[in-house]
Design a protein around this ligand. Structure first.
Ligand code: F6P
Length: 360
């Protein structure tokens, strides 16, 4: 019987991380398992930054955004940035992670993360570390689960922004462009666009033709609607064009930081629509704040299921939502496979039937 486990949160934060941590600690404690928290993602496992987590430490954290453990989306133990003799170099510190966890008696590491962190977990499992994964990301782009926690809260934030943009767009007869996150997947744009009554949704999965976008706006104008709402996913790109990269950041599993497509769409629409445009980049507001009801429940179920997996000896697995059931899937099947919006997705098709345009 497992006596002690460790838990870390890795990658970009999202609403619901604390709810998972709380569920893990409560379930484990009731099962007689001690829990050790690792600070700041894999960095804490390399630098030996551990803290005991008991019922007291997780009391009151359910509604809190962020993560009480801290996180990092750049500290990959297989290529960890260190300074040696004045030089910044990248070293493989994966053995250090395994030895440090062993030294504190942690038998299993629960990794709450997105594709990057779960990939690291998988690599560590190949070296003998016992791991269990919990799928986290506002992007909802993990292949093996129907939903990641954090996604619905981010969508709600984007939808609230759209509701507000609507009233000012209508008053000023403007085209309002909202740039949302999601990396290489259009889930946040699609769901918030539908919930927020957008007229045009641009997603990475459907390269757009700016003339078609302009036509959608002009057709509305011809019907007396002198304003339009456009949601653009940060990973959207024009037909034959590229995604807009804000900058590249070394040392991250994915060094590309997207950003700027909203401004490009606005500029390219100039002269084609005869209406003023304004751009709002929603940014990290989508990642912050309290998880909504759906995410609190999903995160709690994931946390409980992760401890259940430990107790059942389901090592090297990730907990996942399949329909309305929580299941486990091999980590190896879950990572490195991007879940984009399929072109026959029902929400996408429903949006099309409603007359929403995707720039194609
Ligand atoms: O993966 C979550 C996410 O918020 C993406 O939607 C976005 O592209 C990226 O992280 C932003 O990363 P950072 O926190 O480094 O700006």
């Amino acid at each position: 019987m497992v006596k002690k486990i460790a838990v870390l949160t890795g990658g970009g934060d999202c609403p619901g991380l604390n709810a998972v941590i709380r569920a893990i600690v409560r379930t484990a404690t009731h099962a007689g398992i001690e829990v050790i928290g690792v600070r700041d993602g894999f960095k804490g496992a390399i630098e030996r930054e551990f803290l005991p987590l008991g019922l007291e430490q997780v009391s009151g954290i359910l509604p809190r955004g962020g993560t009480i453990l801290g996180t990092s989306n750049r500290d990959n133990p297989f290529a960890y940035t260190v300074v040696r003799e004045g030089q910044t170099v990248q070293e493989d510190c994966s053995d250090q992670v395994i030895n440090n966890l062993k030294s504190i008696g942690a038998e299993v590491l629960i990794v709450i993360g997105g594709d990057g962190s779960l990939n690291i977990a998988l690599e560590l499992s190949y070296k003998g570390l016992k791991v269990v994964g919990v799928p986290k990301t506002i992007d909802n782009d993990l292949f093996a689960t129907d939903y990641t926690f954090g996604f619905q809260s981010a969508v709600e934030t984007a939808q609230e922004a759209l509701d507000k943009l609507h009233t000012t767009a209508e008053s000023h007869h403007r085209v309002m462009i909202l740039e949302v996150m999601g990396r290489y997947a259009g889930w946040i744009a699609l769901y918030s666009g539908m919930a927020g009554g957008a007229d045009v949704i641009l997603i990475p999965e459907i390269p757009y033709d700016i003339q078609k976008v302009a036509k959608a706006v002009n057709d509305r104008k011809a019907r007396g609607k002198k304003f339009s709402i456009i949601v653009v996913a940060e990973g959207a790109r024009p037909l034959g064009g590229e995604m807009v990269v804000e900058r590249t950041i070394a040392g991250r599993p994915d060094p590309i930081k997207l950003g700027g497509i909203g401004a490009k769409v606005a500029k390219d629409l100039e002269g084609l629509i005869g209406l003023e445009t304004r751009v709002t980049v929603l940014g990290h507001i989508q990642r912050g704040g309290s998880p909504n009801t759906y995410d609190r429940v999903l995160a709690t179920r994931y946390g409980v299921a992760a401890v259940d997996a430990v107790l059942a000896g389901e090592i090297g697995k990730m907990v996942a939502l399949k329909g309305s059931t929580i299941a486990t899937v091999p980590l190896a099947e879950a990572v490195n496979r991007l879940k984009q919006v399929p072109l026959d997705d029902q929400v996408l098709l429903a949006a099309r039937k409603m007359g929403l345009k995707f720039g194609d």
